[in-house]
Design a protein around this ligand. Structure first.
Ligand code: FMN
Length: 250
C-alpha cells in the first residue's frame, strides 16, 4: 500500500493525529526482507494485518500462516469497501465473520484489535471472541482533526486522521475495563500509555499486557522505562506477580 499524501502526522496538545494510510511493502516483501531482521532479537514478533475486503484479509492471513511469525493481530478498524465504507470493526456480525474467516487460515494465536468508534465495545469484543479470537487488543485510534487557522486549512493532507497519545487514555482505560469484564480471553491494553503508572492503570483495569505507540515518537526509551518502573513498583509494594493487582478494580 502506497499510503496517504503528506503531511500525515500532526501534533496536538495531548497527542498526535496520523493518516499514514497503512503504507507497507506487502506481505511477501515483509516475510522475505524484514522478518529475518526482526528474528535476530530474542522476542516475539506480532504482525498486524488488514484488508479492505474479506477476501483481502484472508489472502494476507494465508501468506502469514506458514511464516515464522509468532502471533497475528487483526486490524478491523479499516473501512469495508464491500459494505459502503463502514469500518469492519463497528458491526458485531461483520466482526464475527471476518474473525472466523481469518481464523480458518492462521495457525498462530490470533489477536483482534478493536476500534473504539463504537457505542458498545463489549458487544464487539464478544463477537470477536465468538469468531475465534484468542486475545483482544484495544484501543485503536479515534478519528480527529486539526486546523491551521493562519492557512485556514486542515493540517493533515487527508484532513481527518487517527488520534492517539495521552488525550485518549481515559477512553482507552474505560474500554479495556469494560472488555475485561465481558470476555475471558487475555486483553492487551493500549491508548496513551507513556509511564509505568499509566501501564499499571491498564493492568488494574484487567489487561494482561500493554502496548505503547505514540510515546515512542518523543521518548524512544519509553518501553524500557515502563518495564523498569513496573519492576520497582512491584518490589516497593511486595508484589510477586502482576496477577495480584490485575483487574483489582471490580
Ligand atoms: C503513526 C501510527 C501508525 C499506526 N498504525 C497502525 C496500524 O498499522 N495498525 C493498527 O492496528 N494500529 C495502528 N496504530 C494505532 C496504535 O497501534 C495504537 O492502537 C494507538 O495509537 C493507541 O496507542 P498510543 O496512544 O500508545 O499510540 C498506529 C498509530 C500511530 C500513531
Amino acid at each position: 500500500m502506497e499510503g496517504n499524501p503528506v503531511p500525515r502526522i500532526a501534533e496536538t496538545k495531548n497527542g498526535i493525529l496520523n493518516s499514514i494510510g497503512l503504507q507497507n511493502p506487502g506481505a511477501e516483501h515483509f516475510i522475505s526482507n524484514e522478518l529475518p531482521f526482526l528474528r535476530q532479537f530474542d522476542t516475539k514478533v506480532i504482525v498486524n494485518i488488514c484488508g479492505h475486503t474479506l477476501t483481502q484479509y484472508c489472502s494476507v492471513a494465508e501468506k502469514f500462516a506458514d511464516s515464522d511469525v509468532d502471533l497475528i493481530e487483526l486490524n478491523i478498524s479499516r473501512p469495508n469497501v464491500e459494505e459502503g465504507g463502514l469500518s469492519f470493526g463497528t458491526d458485531p456480525h461483520i466482526v464475527e465473520r471476518v474473525v472466523k474467516a481469518v481464523r480458518h487460515y492462521v495457525r498462530q494465536p490470533l489477536i483482534v484489535k478493536l476500534s473504539p468508534e463504537v457505542s458498545d465495545i463489549s458487544e464487539i469484543a464478544k463477537a470477536a471472541v465468538s469468531g475465534g479470537a484468542d486475545s483482544l487488543s484495544l484501543i485503536n485510534t479515534l478519528r480527529g482533526m486539526k486546523i491551521d487557522i493562519r492557512k485556514r486549512k486542515a493540517v493533515l493532507a487527508n484532513k481527518i486522521g487517527g488520534y492517539s497519545g495521552s488525550g485518549i487514555m481515559p477512553v482507552a482505560l474505560r474500554m479495556v475495563y469494560e472488555v475485561c469484564n465481558s470476555v475471558d480471553v487475555p486483553v492487551i491494553g493500549m491508548g496513551g500509555i507513556s509511564t509505568f503508572e499509566d501501564a499499571l492503570e491498564f493492568i488494574m483495569a484487567g489487561a494482561t499486557a500493554v502496548a505503547v505507540g505514540t510515546a515512542n515518537f518523543y521518548n524512544p526509551y519509553a518501553t524500557v522505562e515502563i518495564i523498569n518502573g513496573i519492576q520497582k513498583y512491584m518490589e516497593e509494594n511486595q508484589i510477586c506477580s502482576l496477577d495480584e493487582i490485575r483487574g483489582c478494580i471490580d
